[in-house]
Structure formats: C-alpha cells, structure tokens
Write a protein that binds this ligand. Structure first.
Ligand SMILES: *Cc1c(COP(=O)(O)O)cnc(C)c1O
Length: 405
C-alpha cells in the first residue's frame, strides 16, 4: 500500500509542477467544445462565433452530400471497422477510396492511414534506419520530425526554405539512404515549399523526396489534387506523397500515394498501418463523396482563392502585419504570446474566432494569430473581419505600450 501511494503522489507532484510552470509561461492551453457542426459560423462555449480557425478549407465538413454518404455507408457497413486492414477491417469503401486517391494524384497506388500523424510516423520509420539520414525543413510538422526520430536515422534540420543550406547538408552526408522531407504548405506560416527546386536537388544528390501535402490537397491544382498537380510534378519527381483527408476534404484520415512498390512495402513494414484499426468505412465513403464534390463544385476552389486575395488586399491596406502567403493560411504576426492572446481575446469578444498560436508550436517571439479562410466564408465576413482586426490591432499597440508586450 505504502509504495503505491508514494508513487502516485510523486506522479501528481510532477504533473502539478509541469502544469504550474506551463501557466507561468502563459503557454497553458485549454479546449472548448463545439456544440454546432464545423463551419464558418459555429457555437463554441455557448457563444456564436464567425470561425477563421479551421482547416475545413472548402467548407465540406458539414456538406449535405457527405452527411448523406456517411449515413448510407453506416447503413451498409455499420460504424466501426472492427479490425486493422490486414486482419479483417479492410472494406470495399477503403479499397474504392484508395483507387480514387491514386487516380486523383496521378500515382500508381495509394494507402489509407487513420491520421496524417500516423501516416508520417509510419512511412518515415518504415523507410529509414540508423544508417540513414533524414533532411527536414526546420518548420516541418511535428509528425514528420517524430517520424524521423522514431526511425533512428540521423535527423538534420535545415533552415526554413533555404535550399543552399539543404544542399550543403546533403553534400556533407555519407549516409546510405537519404530522404528529404518537407511540408507543401507550412501549417503555421502558409508559405509554399519550392518543390520543383527540391525535386531537382533530391535527384542531384541521390536522395528520396517526401512531401506532406496536408494543407494543399483538395484546394490546390486544377482538379484539387494538390501541390503536385499545381506544379506539374510527377511520381518520379515526388515519389512519396502524403495527403490528409481531415482538412480540405472535410472528413478524417490520410493517405500515402506513390509507386505500387512503395504501397506494397508500406503494407508490410509501416507499423502504425499494420497495428491500428482501420478508419470507419463510412469515413471512406464520405471522402469518396468529397472527391466527387471537387469535380461537381469547382467554384469552391475558385471562391477560396478569391477570398484569400480579398483578405490580403484589405489587410495590407490596413497595415496589418501579415506574413507572405498566398494560401488560405494567413498568419498575422504579433511577436509576443501576450499580444497574440490579447488580440485573440478581443476578437472573440467581437464575435470572431482567430486562434492565437504560441510557442512551442511556433518559435519564441513569433507568436501570431493563425487566420484561415474557407470557401464557406462570405466576402462580407472577410471585410468585416479585417475591419475588426484593424481596430483590435491598433488597441493592442496602445495597451502593449503600457503593459510591455
Ligand atoms: C494536420 C497535419 C498533419 C496531421 O494530420 P492529421 O490527419 O490531423 O493527423 C500532418 N502534417 C501536416 C503538415 C498537418 O498540417
């Protein structure tokens, strides 16, 4: 009895100290639950808010066709998949979706994962080992960094978007296998990776290239196939392509697309794939409906792009500190975490959700509001947003002067 108690109390002690420290640094995060569907207007913590913080770029998360597809599939296939893909969880809907994703991305084959995080862990750890080296942009998504760590390979992080630095790192390497990994669109900055140049560099240095298109797939490219379609990059240029389904496609899960051999290999060796329950078949069915909407409602992509242009034009006119981004991710740099929190709070009081992003998600001193636009917003909502941001930004300058942030 006694040792158990000691053990338990020291765990609580540890947790308590870590949480107090987190609060002291103003980095403590809290969740609030939605009581509405995801969308341009949400109800959160009992308040109605105009939402500029989701990744539901095409406004598909509550599209009637997806709801219909999910309900029909639930009636046919039930809810849970019941097992991993290799045991007995692989359903016709999964198979159809994999075929459709391969076709859409112009790849030989595709493989579904239950999340983007597990796809990234699975691919990198299956391909690389301790004799190898993984080269990652400093601002890559956490799951890509963790995938490299899990693989045991040497992890080299190059300066953000710095091809010369990457080339130096590649030259210095004597690793057996080399893998360059980048985000297509950086999730907290909104800027795009120079993929053409990266593909050339990868070839020059006999390195493999993996692109995480979480924030490009669905809205970028002529048919929404993502950044590789937009830049006309083939399977030979980008042999390992990852996309997620929980962002522009409005559902959940992720996929890897590439050669048939890559997919066959991952089925054998990607542990997060092998040892995880398959996504519910109804999610695959709803995602098939999303892909159809990419074709039947191309106005969603066009409108999203028009809203991004409108937002930037108005915000720059008001002198707001935007980062350089031509994507639906439009961060406004505030510097200190206090300033970001101040603005986010005032925006919320004015009826807008524009979430503050602080370290460790972004570097120290680079806190920001991460504003995201979706095809579900109206032009009026965007111009009202900018007017409110301008007012609150001016207020934050005054308050910041007094309070020192
Ligand atoms: C969201 C995201 C992921 C993780 O995908 P989930 O399906 O949410 O687990 C991976 N990479 C990037 C760049 C992301 O933005």
């Amino acid at each position: 009895m006694e040792p158990m108690l000691n053990c338990d109390s020291s765990l609580l002690d540890f947790l308590d100290r870590a949480l107090v420290e987190r609060k002291r640094q103003q980095l403590y995060r809290e969740r609030q639950s939605l009581s509405s569907p995801q969308g341009a207007i949400i109800v959160r913590g009992g308040t109605r808010l105009i939402n500029f913080s989701s990744n539901d770029y095409l406004g598909l998360a509550k599209h009637p066709a997806l709801i219909e597809a999910a309900s029909t599939a639930a009636a046919h296939a039930g809810v849970g998949s019941g097992a991993s893909h290799l045991v007995v969880g692989h359903h016709d809907y999964h198979h159809q979706l994999e075929m459709a994703l391969a076709k859409r991305t112009g790849r030989d084959a595709a493989l579904l994962f239950s999340s983007g995080f597990s796809a990234n862990l699975g691919v990198i750890s299956a391909l690389m080992n301790r004799h190898d080296e993984v080269f990652e942009d400093r601002l890559n998504h956490a799951s890509l960094i963790d995938g490299a760590k899990l693989s045991g390979a040497k992890l080299t992080r190059f300066r953000h978007q710095d091809l010369a630095h990457l080339a130096q790192c590649l030259e210095r390497s004597s690793a057996r296998k080399k893998l360059i990994v980048v985000d297509s669109v950086y999730s907290m900055d909104g800027d795009m990776a120079p993929l053409k140049e990266l593909a050339a560099l990868a070839k020059e240095h006999q390195s493999w290239l993996m692109v995480d298109d979480a924030h490009g797939f669905g809205w970028m490219g002529k048919t929404g196939a993502g950044i590789t379609e937009q830049l006309n990059l083939t399977q030979a240029d980008v042999p390992i392509l990852m996309g997620t389904l929980g962002k522009a496609l409005g559902t959940y899960g992720a996929f890897i697309a590439g050669s048939q051999a890559l997919i066959d290999y991952l089925v054998q060796f990607a542990r997060p794939y092998i040892y995880s329950t398959a996504m519910p078949p109804l999610v695959a069915a709803a995602t098939l409906a999303s892909l159809q909407i990419l074709d039947s409602e191309p106005w969603r992509r066009a409108k999203l792009i028009a809203l991004v242009d409108q937002f930037r034009l108005l915000a720059l006119e008001q002198g707001l500190p935007l980062l350089t981004s031509s994507t639906p991710i439009q961060p406004m740099l505030t510097g200190s975490a206090e300033c970001a929190l101040f603005i986010a709070k005032r925006m919320q009081q004015a009826g807008y959700l524009t979430v503050a992003i602080r370290p460790p998600t972004v570097p120290e001193g680079a806190s920001r509001l991460r504003i995201t636009l979706t095809a579900a917003h109206t032009f009026e909502q965007v111009s009202d947003l900018v007017a409110t941001l301008a007012r609150v930004w001016a207020e934050s300058r005054e308050v910041g002067e007094q309070d020192g942030f």
